[in-house]
Design a protein around this ligand. Structure first.
Ligand code: NAP
Length: 310
């Protein structure tokens, strides 16, 4: 039986693995996505022990939320934790907007696309330059009191912006980049979050597939693939990461599982991570990643993996 994780001080509880859905309807982010495959990915997640779905308006400019809304008709809404985000203002060329009016409108629009009457976790997706962060979050607190959202999150905020947003203690959860190969959050962010009982969700946990063990040196990504420009996938850095990941293959073999499942299991055991949300482009990737729920890393192996990448 998987232990559920409490989000901040709220009454929202999630399995420790969620599903990242930027490739579900995220046609603006990835080429050649298929909406039916996207819906199947969500279905496979929900029928294999995942409860949290991490989406955003920016994934397909509402399309990801619409597809999730269609799938959710076949599931018990109360058993699913929907996390969505907004900040990109379509009326202003997609510029970030954190004004109370925009956030209130965004929540209503997301509810309509998701075909539901509440959102479990609503994040401000990116900070804008002008709105005081405590005012932005105060608007979300009113929506929380009205029952439209159950938990308040911020994403891609600097630590000082998180502190400004959390002046009244309203922030429940933070989502930021963090992975075995991007550990900056450990230095200042994690201690602050622990001290303030704020949950943490890392994005890019598989480093866009790099931590699954499927890459060898010499791989070339087409120019439309964002990985063709990501520093982790270039030159010496790419080689160093691949060498380390190849050592994970030995640990995965000991547990009779995949590298992806071992990596996801490392996040589950990490005391600073509340919910890990690997993304997927194929249903079998979800089936593979969810196996992490049955991998119980020993303290020694957890430390071995930690040291390998630190
Ligand atoms: P990720 O989880 O690091 O990597 C996911 C990608 O890895 C998949 O799309 C798939 O891509 C590959 N993959 C997944 N499982 C695999 C497996 N078992 N075997 C082999 N390959 C596998 O990256 P992400 O999906 O971009 O990030 C996770 C989630 O975080 C997103 O879906 C989104 O919900 C969220 N996110 C949030 C923000 C934010 O600003 N808040 C930013 C980025 C992401 P291929 O098949 O193409 O290799």
């Amino acid at each position: 039986m998987t232990k559920n994780v409490r989000i901040g001080k709220t009454e929202v509880y999630s399995t420790p693995i969620g599903l990242g859905t930027n490739a579900v309807g995220g046609h603006n982010l990835f080429p050649n996505l298929n909406d039916d495959t996207g819906k199947e990915i969500v279905r496979v997640a929900l029928t294999n022990g995942i409860t949290l779905l991490d989406t955003a308006f920016a994934y397909g400019m509402g399309r990801s939320e619409e597809l999730i809304g269609e799938v959710l008709k076949d599931f018990d809404r109360d058993q699913v934790v929907i996390a969505t985000k907004a900040a990109h203002d379509p009326a202003n060329g997609g510029a970030f907007n954190n004004t109370p009016e925009f956030l209130i409108h965004s929540v209503d629009e997301a509810l309509r696309r998701l075909q539901t009457d509440y959102i479990d976790i609503f994040y401000i997706h990116f900070p804008d330059e002008t709105t005081p962060k405590n005012e932005a979050v105060a608007a979300l607190q009113k929506l929380k009191e009205a029952g439209k959202i159950k938990a308040i999150g911020v994403s891609n905020f600097s630590l000082s912006q998180i502190k400004e947003a959390n002046q009244e203690g309203y922030v429940d959860i933070v989502e930021d980049e963090y992975s075995l190969i991007h550990r900056e959050a450990e230095i200042e962010l994690f201690p602050y979050l622990k001290e303030n009982q704020i949950s943490f969700v890392p994005y890019f946990p598989l480093a866009s597939g790099l931590l699954t063990g499927k890459y060898e040196q010499g791989v070339i990504f087409p120019p439309e693939d964002l990985r063709s420009k990501k520093p982790d996938f270039q030159g010496e850095r790419f080689k160093t990461i691949i060498d380390k990941v190849s050592q994970l293959k030995l640990i995965a073999a000991d547990y009779n599982t995949s590298v992806a499942a071992i990596v996801v299991a490392w996040y589950i055991k990490n005391p600073f991570v509340d919910v890990v949300i690997p993304g997927a482009k194929k249903p079998e990737q979800v089936r593979n990643n969810v196996k992490a729920l049955t991998v119980h890393l020993t303290a020694e192996d957890y430390q071995r993996i930690d040291s390998l990448f630190s």
